[in-house]
Design a protein around this ligand. Structure first.
Ligand code: FNR
Ligand code: LAC
Length: 407
C-alpha cells in the first residue's frame, strides 16, 4: 500500500500501521534555535550525544538502527569512539595563544575548519529535504560536503545547492557503463573530486537491518541510479540494502579498478576505506590524491581496528605523497584535535550529521558542525595551539624532543 504524501513527518499513530513499514518519524518535536543554542521540546542540545538521543526519540526504530548500527557484534563501531577517548592530550601551558585559526585546504580547496561531511546514504529517512539540507549545512559552515552514490536526491539537484568544495562518493557497479555514467554525471554536475569507497565490495552484515527487514519506504529511491534502472532494492526478506549491494556492487574490486577510474576522470580521486599503511601507499602510487582512513563507521568488517589505531601507520606510510583524512567515531572537538595530532589533515563525520538532520534538518546539521567547531577551538586554546600547524604528535606524549617547547 502506498503511503500518502507527507508521511515522513506524520505523527506516530497518524499514518503508522498503514504499511509494514511504520512511520519513519515517531513524532513531531519542536525544535527551537535561539542564541546559538538548539533545544528540542525545550531540552537543550549541547553536544553530539544530545543530538543522537533526540534523534533516537524521533525516528522509527528501523531507521535509527540503520543509521546507528554496525556490522555483526559492533565491536569496531564501539572501538572507533573509544579509540579517540583513550588517547590523552599532554597540553602545553603558557603558550600565549591568541585567536585560533582553524582554516585549511583539502586537495587545494579552502575549508573553514578541518571537519568535513562524510558521505552517508539515504538522507530523506532523516528529513524531508534530505541531502540538500546536508549540503546547505556544509555550505553554511564553509566546509566540504561529500555526496553518497546512494542518495535519495539526484546529484544534479544537490550539487546545484552545495557550495565548493563538493565531492562525489562512488561505488563501483558490476556494470561498467553504469559506473562510467555516474562519474560523467558527477563531473557535469560540478563535483570537484571522486571519492572511491573501497571497503564495500560486499556489505558487512548489519544484524539490526536483517531483523528489521530494512528497506526504503514507498516514495524513496536510490535517485542517482533510478535513471539507470537500479533505483530500487530487490524485494527480499532481511536487509533490502544487503540484497541491493549483492546484486549491483562489483565484488572483485582491484587496483585495476582504481587505475580505470583515474584514467576515466579529470577529477582527483580520493580512496576511502583504507586500514593499512601498505594499501594506502599503493593506492597513492596508483593515482589517489588522498586517502580516507576509515572502516565505514564500523559497518563493514567487524573487529577491524579503530581508525585511531590505523591512522599513524597510514600517515607514516603515505603521508609524504598524498593527503590523509580519517573518519569513525569522531564525536568531540578534542577527537578532531587528536586525529590532527597523529597526522590527519582533516576528519569526516558521518552519524553526527544524520542526527542533526533528524532533529532539525539543515539547521540541526549546521548546529552539529558548529558544536564541533567550538569544541575544536576550545581544545586548541587549552592545548596551546593557535593554528593547525601547531598541532603535532608531541601532544600525545609527556615530553618530546620535537615539541615546539624545545624547538
Ligand atoms: C555510511 N558510510 C558511507 N560511506 C560511503 O562511502 N558511502 C555511503 O553511502 C555510506 N553510507 C553510510 C550510511 C550510514 C547510515 C552511515 C552511518 C555511514 C560511512 C561514512 O562515510 C563514514 O565512513 C562513517 O559514517 C564514519 O563514522 P561515524 O562518523 O559515523 O562514526
Ligand atoms: C552503508 C552503505 C550504504 O553503510 O554505505 O549503509
Amino acid at each position: 500500500m502506498s503511503r500518502p504524501p507527507g508521511w515522513l513527518h506524520s505523527r506516530a499513530g497518524g499514518t503508522a500501521g498503514t504499511t509494514a513499514w511504520r512511520a519513519v518519524r515517531q513524532g513531531c518535536r519542536r525544535y527551537n534555535f535561539a542564541g546559538g543554542l538548539g533545544h528540542v521540546d525545550s531540552e537543550p542540545l549541547v553536544n553530539i550525544a544530545d543530538y543522537a538521543r533526540a534523534a533516537r526519540r524521533t525516528l522509527a526504530k528501523e531507521v535509527f538502527d540503520y543509521y546507528e548500527g554496525g556490522a555483526l557484534d559492533e565491536i569496531t563501531l564501539r572501538e572507533n569512539s573509544a579509540g579517540w577517548e583513550k588517547l590523552k592530550l599532554y597540553y602545553r601551558v603558557l603558550a600565549d595563544v591568541g585567536p585560533r585559526d582553524m582554516s585549511t585546504t583539502v586537495l587545494g580547496q579552502p575549508v573553514s575548519m578541518p571537519i568535513l561531511v562524510a558521505p552517508t546514504a539515504f538522507h530523506k529517512l532523516a528529513c524531508e529535504e534530505g541531502e540538500v539540507a546536508a549540503a546547505k549545512a556544509a555550505r553554511a559552515a564553509e566546509t566540504l560536503f561529500v555526496l553518497s552514490s546512494l542518495s535519495n536526491t539526484a546529484m544534479e539537484s544537490v550539487f546545484a545547492q552545495a557550495a565548493s568544495p563538493r565531492w562525489f562518493q562512488l561505488y563501483i557497479y558490476k556494470d561498467r557503463e553504469i559506473t562510467r555514467e555516474l562519474v560523467k554525471r558527477a563531473e557535469a554536475a560540478g563535483a570537484e573530486a571522486i571519492v572511491l569507497t573501497v571497503d564495500a565490495p560486499g556489505l558487512g552484515t548489519r544484524e539490526r537491518d536483517t531483523r528489521n527487514n530494512f528497506r526504503l519506504p514507498d516514495g524513496l529511491a536510490v535517485e542517482n541510479l533510478a535513471p539507470l534502472g537500479k533505483g530500487n532494492f530487490p524485494e527480499v526478506k532481511g536487509s533490502g540494502l544487503a540484497a541491493y549491494v549483492r546484486a549491483n556492487f562489483k565484488e572483485d574490486l582491484g587496483f585495476d579498478d582504481l587505475d580505470w577510474l583515474c584514467q576515466s576522470t579529470r577529477l582527483p580521486v580520493v580512496v576511502k576505506g583504507v586500514c593499512r599503511g601498505d594499501d594506502a601507499r599503493r593506492a597513492a602510487e596508483h593515482g589517489a590524491k588522498a586517502i580516507v582512513v576509515s572502516n565505514h563507521g564500523g559497518r563493514q568488517l567487524d573487529t577491524a581496528p579503530a581508525t585511531s589505531e590505523v591512522l599513524p601507520h597510514v600517515v607514516d606510510a603515505a603521508g609524504d605523497i598524498c593527503e590523509i583524512y580519517v573518519d569513525g567515531g569522531i564525536r568531540r572537538g578534542s577527537d578532531v584535535l587528536k586525529a590532527l595530532a597523529v597526522g590527519a589533515r582533516a576528519v569526516l563525520v558521518g552519524r553526527p550529521i544524520l542526527w542533526g538532520l533528524c532533529v532539525a534538518g539543515e539547521q540541526g546539521a549546521a548546529h552539529v558542525l558548529e558544536i564541533l567547531r567550538r569544541e575544536l577551538d576550545e581544545a586548541m586554546l587549552l592545548c596551546g595551539c593557535a593554528k593547525l600547524s601547531d598541532i603535532g604528535r608531541w601532544l600525545l606524549r609527556p615530553s618530546d624532543p620535537l615539541s615546539p617547547i624545545s624547538a
